[in-house]
Write a protein that binds this ligand. Structure first.
Ligand code: ATP
Ligand code: MG
Length: 180
């Protein structure tokens, strides 16, 4: 399983549609300050369901929508699609390629889709649970995460091990069953 490509339209500095292809192995993004490198990792976080504007380096959720420049009009919608290679069937879904889409309008309304079919954010969370690539997974390492891992917080270390061991979905199903 690996990220194949990301498509962004109206997301932060990506006013026009931009597609970035990834490959197996390591991808490095280089560019001048302010050119949008971190906006790409923000897009990955966002499409995976991030709900905190702070985690996306903004103060409000609609800060992710292209705000316009002196020469370009602002956009009314941000859309990101992340395409994941699933030929090893790591994701519990019958597709060898899985496209996760999130769309947000200025009204605050958000839409999600898996391979073009509308779904809830919960479905995306469940699909990615225990794979490490969800928004709470360990494969998105922000600056704060590193200090969290090396700090003494046993709870957060335990959470990382539980995700790695693949038991988070069982814990979540148990909690859901107990609520019913
Ligand atoms: P550095 O090397 O300094 O880390 P970077 O390449 O990571 O830079 P980013 O932080 O990804 O740069 O991009 C910052 C740019 O994105 C800024 O120019 C900022 O104005 C622009 N930007 C962020 N949000 C929006 C938005 N909603 N609309 C338009 N532009 C935006
Ligand atoms: Mg940066």
């Amino acid at each position: 399983m690996f990220f194949k490509r990301i498509e962004m339209h109206g997301f932060k500095s990506f006013a026009e549609p931009v597609t970035i292809e990834f490959d197996r192995g390591i991808t490095c993004v280089v560019g001048p300050n302010g050119s949008g490198k971190s906006n790409i990792s923000d897009a990955i976080r966002w499409v995976l369901g991030e709900q905190s504007p702070k985690m996306l380096r903004g103060s409000r959720m609609d800060d992710v929508i292209f705000a316009g420049t002196a020469s370009r009009k602002s956009r009314g919608m941000a859309e990101v699609t992340l395409v994941i290679d699933n030929s090893d069937n790591m994701l519990p879904i019958e597709y060898s390629e899985v496209a996760i889409t999130r769309r947000m309008y200025r009204s605050g309304e958000s839409e999600y889709a898996i391979n073009g079919n509308s779904c809830r954010m919960k479905d995306i969370r469940e699909l990615l649970m225990d794979t490490g690539i969800g928004v709470d997974g360990y494969s998105l390492i922000g600056q704060g995460k590193i200090s969290e891992i090396i700090s003494n917080k046993t709870e957060s270390i335990r959470e990382i091990f539980e995700e790695t061991a693949g038991i988070v979905s069982y814990r979540s199903k148990k909690a859901e069953a107990e609520r019913k």
